[in-house]
Design a binder for this molecule. Structure first.
Ligand code: PMP
Ligand code: GLU
Length: 402
């Protein structure tokens, strides 16, 4: 008898979308492998190499035989280094028991979703949001409640908008500052207003994703946990991927009220255990270092932002905010919707990103992935030369549309 194999995945996985940042990057890689001269500005990752002092610590960790399982939430010395960093850079008081180190900030966020949410809980997510927030909430069988912002308000959500979205089922608020994809950075006053609102709802946990802390052009980074009256409702998420150019090393962390850290620790103990022992030793010296070591990378990002904004200002029909952090621009491209080239009609940002990929050989990500279908995301984590060529190609390609 012929074998009948039922290829049925769980409803949970079937309800998930593929990460569109990773999908576009994969497509760009494939086209490059076919010999096409693609410029990929789709993924958000620094093009810089990890600083040498961090690489040296990793080499030493191997020689010192840090090759065994580590404690699930991370080595105590690493968690202490994170507490010292949080005090030094953010004026936050935490003890190592409040810290859980994971395999990237992405993993930290996934732990939080599974650890805190029950089916039917609501999670407020201001749009545009980072692509994976939505699906992480969905996998926890909770309901994302999207609050739209617009370019007119620099893509920032207000306390009044949040108030209108809160119901008795609201359990969490997730946001990032600096924001991926808009580059917006909330001021201390704006964050305090949000904190003042949420303190009236003791069941709501704020997830403050601060992975772009070190890529900010506004001066001092502001953490929402700095306000003592809200700290017991805040989880700060951070890591080494962006600031220290360590995307491949995979290390992120949460600083949280202990009951939440304990929950994430339990979750992680069953699913993944402690993250890579060698990466932990490397990250420890990164957190211990004076952030001044990142100055050159920060200056390069700011120069690139300025270059990209000035070049994009020359493209007709784009509306741009001025990003204050992260390394993305997120232009509103809706004036191109309805236009066409050779019978190909551009109906939305996804069509436009595919058109720019196929005709202009530049990979960008549709704003639909980030909850804003009028926009498109360009990562400027590339050299000025590459960015100049990419934007020229985008300009020439858009000019084809009539
Ligand atoms: N949060 C945001 C806003 C991001 O852009 C990213 C992208 N990497 C992450 C979290 C995840 O970072 P990590 O590489 O540490 O998993
Ligand atoms: N956070 C990056 C981005 O937005 C990396 C890709 C990902 O992890 O989704 O492109």
């Amino acid at each position: 008898m012929e074998k009948q194999l039922e290829k049925v995945l769980s409803d949970r996985i079937n309800s998930l979308s593929e990460s569109q940042t990773l999908a576009m990057t994969g497509l760009a890689r494939e086209l490059k492998a076919q010999g096409k001269n693609i410029i990929s500005l789709s993924i958000g990752e620094p093009d810089f190499d990890t600083p040498d002092f961090i690489k040296d610590a990793a080499k030493k960790a191997i020689d010192d035989n840090f090759t065994h399982y580590s404690p699930v939430p991370g080595y105590p010395e690493l968690r202490q280094a994170i507490c010292t960093k949080l005090k030094r850079d953010n004026n936050l008081d935490y003890s190592p028991n409040d810290i859980v180190v994971s395999t990237g900030a992405k993993h930290s966020l996934a732990n939080l979703a599974i650890t805190i949410l029950n089916p039917g809980d609501e999670v407020i997510i201001p749009a545009p949001y980072w692509v994976s927030y939505l699906d992480m909430v969905k996998i926890a069988e909770a309901k994302p409640v999207i609050v739209n912002t617009s370019i007119e308000t620099d893509f920032k959500v207000t306390a009044t908008q949040l108030k209108n979205a809160i119901t008795e089922k609201t359990r969490m608020l997730w946001f990032s500052s600096p924001c991926n994809p808009s580059g917006s950075v909330y001021t201390k006053e704006e964050i305090e207003e949000i904190a003042q609102l949420i303190k009236n709802y003791p069941n709501i946990i704020i997830v403050s994703d601060e992975i772009y802390e070190h890529i900010s052009f506004t001066g001092k980074h502001e953490s929402i946990a700095q306000f003592d009256f809200i700290k017991d409702q805040v989880v700060t998420v951070n890591g080494v991927s962006k600031g220290f150019a360590m995307t491949g090393w995979r290390l992120g962390f949460i600083a949280a009220p202990k009951w939440i850290a304990d929950g994430c620790n339990k979750m992680q103990g069953q699913f993944t255990s402690g993250t890579c022992s060698i990466t932990q030793k490397a990250a420890q010296v990164a957190f211990e270092a004076d952030p001044i070591v990142l100055k050159d990378m920060q200056t390069a990002f700011k120069n690139r932002r300025d270059l990209v904004l000035s070049l994009m200002a020359e493209i007709p029909g784009l509306k741009l905010n001025e990003p204050k952090g992260a390394f993305y621009v997120f232009p509103d491209v809706s004036s191109y919707f309805g236009k066409s080239y050779n019978g190909q009609v551009i109906n939305n940002a996804t069509d436009l990103s595919m058109f720019i990929l196929n005709e202009g050989l530049v990979a960008l990500v549709t704003g639909e992935a980030f909850g804003d279908p009028n926009c498109i995301r360009l990562s400027y984590a590339a050299s000025e030369e590459v960015l100049t060529e990419a934007i020229k190609r985008i300009k020439d390609t858009l000019a084809l549309l009539k």
